[in-house]
Design a protein around this ligand. Structure first.
Ligand code: ADP
Ligand code: GLC
Length: 479
């Protein structure tokens, strides 16, 4: 079986969030299980491509047009021996070759052109894939182009899958850019429309042969709340399936993780975590004897990060809880400012690193005692799974994949996390108080750490579920 994943992100080539982790891990696990799997993504001019420049081999060159504008492109290949699966990078001059993945005024043009070239690439390859697996809205037109684009009629019978990592982002735009899309019979224009706008996520939900969400619970939630797409998702329920993400245990292994200050396994967890915690406390001026609660993530409404500054203030200044809090993240400028200002007000038990640091995130997973994830929306969430694998207790809201992966510590012996039912400052502060109480009982706390580390959340299980799903649609394509 041969699968092509198409995505805007892939770790370690370009990462903004968990999408990169998934697309950097699943193909590796698929390859290991005998499924030939590769990734097609945009070429960005970033650290990874600069330092791997010599390993990128040109496969083909061409021209892609958006209306009357033509752009030269080249498709570069990174061989399997680098990441464990082949990657094809589409470099479109003046469009994809920027440093960042998203955030440019011409993102619509960038990703529409990318998707057209991705389809050109599939047309070109001799061994056609059995399934084209698209991820999020940046690849949402691909199932439509394959099914209805004049140029791509040869791809009509290749099954396509859309995985929804986050339905909050849909990439919708006005009709004045419709002529950028690959030519199609205008009778099918309804497929690209959602309430008067062109919406690539809605397009893929309508056109892909199968839809998956990154946790079973998120699929249920989307039937009720999906940023305007709930009705459509209810309509397409029959072809939808929730498959939980996994952990790439090659990258996320506390015994071999080269980013940790102190490596550990189940037997040496207490000593190892102490080493990482000491390093963190030293770096951020925190008190090692107190429990350390950390947040890692993008500062967006969905993550509940707007509540962090008030919660920290309430916990440390009003309630005077005996705890340290460390925040790693970036995003909303107001949140960044509030947290920076708070550093001045609370110089001892609180600190923040505004920015993105893969290294620091690993040391936090390996050293901080509790991970705070007060998400309002969390399709799966990988942070809590990484935390658990490293013996860090998750404090999470009761939504999406967090509900699928975390059992409250008061829920009998099987419990190991702290679940927050309503997301507000009061409940977050209460959850932190519960964490402080858990920490105070050292024997119980250490036993829970070990329990967490034994939980099996690797990609092995989910990769099998994807395989079963692919088999079901390949069967359909042969009917
Ligand atoms: P999302 O994809 O919604 O951001 P996930 O929980 O699926 O959420 O994945 C987030 C990923 O990004 C994790 O690997 C997490 O460690 C990482 N991450 C998020 N923010 C930062 C940051 N500021 N620095 C380092 N890593 C980060
Ligand atoms: C999205 C979601 C996150 C999920 C990730 C990977 O970014 O917000 O919950 O874990 O994709 O699927």
């Amino acid at each position: 079986m041969q699968i092509i994943h198409i995505s805007a992100e892939c770790f370690p080539i370009a990462k903004v969030g968990g999408l990169a982790d998934v697309v950097g891990a699943l193909p590796k696990y698929q390859e290991a299980s005998g499924v030939s799997s590769s990734v097609v993504m945009p070429f960005y001019d970033n650290k990874f491509t600069q330092s791997n420049n010599k390993k990128l081999k040109t496969i083909t060159k061409g021209i892609v047009s958006l209306g009357n504008q033509n752009f030269d492109y080249v498709i570069l290949k990174l061989n399997k021996n680098v990441l464990g699966f082949d990657v094809h990078l589409i470099k479109i001059d003046g469009l994809t070759d920027k440093e960042n993945v998203y955030g440019y005024p011409n993102d619509v043009e960038r990703f529409v052109a990318f998707q057209k070239v991705a389809c050109d690439y599939i047309l070109l390859v001799k061994n056609k894939p059995n399934v084209v697996h698209c991820h999020d809205h940046h690849t949402g037109f691909i199932p439509f182009f394959m099914g209805h684009g004049f140029k791509y009629s040869l791809l009509k019978n290749i099954p396509s899958v859309l995985t929804i990592h986050n339905a909050q982002y849909q990439g919708d735009f006005e009709y004045d850019k419709m002529h950028y899309l690959a030519n199609f019979n205008i009778e099918n224009a309804g497929l690209i429309d959602w309430y008067g706008r062109i919406n690539p996520l809605a397009t893929a939900i309508k056109c892909a042969w199968k839809i998956t969400t990154v946790s079973p619970n998120y699929l249920n939630e989307l039937q009720e709340i999906a940023n305007g797409l709930e009705g459509l998702l209810r309509n397409e329920k029959e072809k939808s399936l929730g498959i939980l993400n996994g952990v790439d245990t090659g990258v996320w292994n506390p015994k071999t993780d080269f980013m940790l200050v102190s490596n550990f396994d189940l037997r040496s967890v207490n000593k190892g975590r102490k080493g990482n915690k000491e390093a963190l406390c030293k770096k951020f001026g925190l008190d090692e004897s107190l429990p350390l609660v950390a947040f890692i993530g993008r500062f967006v409404y969905e993550k509940g990060s707007d509540l962090l500054a008030d919660a920290v203030y309430n916990v440390l200044e009003v309630q005077k809880q005996k705890v340290n809090i460390l925040v790693l993240g970036s995003g909303n400028p107001e949140t960044e400012k509030e947290l920076n200002d708070l550093k001045e007000k609370i110089p001892t038990n609180f600190n923040t690193y505004i920015g993105y640091s893969e290294e620091l995130s690993h040391v936090i997973y390996g050293g901080a005692d509790f991970l705070l994830m007060p998400s309002r929306v969390e399709p799966c969430g990988l942070n809590q799974m990484y935390a658990m694998r490293y013996g860090m207790i998750p404090i999470v809201s009761n939504v999406g994949g967090l509900s699928d992966t975390v059992i409250d510590i008061d829920n009998g012996e099987d419990g190991y996390g702290i679940v927050i039912n309503d997301i507000n400052v009061h409940e977050i502060s209460f959850a932190i108080q519960r964490a402080v109480d858990v920490y105070a009982n050292a024997t119980f706390f250490k036993a829970k750490r070990k329990q967490l580390m034994k939980i099996e959340n690797s990609w092995n299980k989910s990769a099998k579920e994807y395989l079963k799903m692919y088999e079901s649609i390949i069967k359909l394509s042969k009917k």
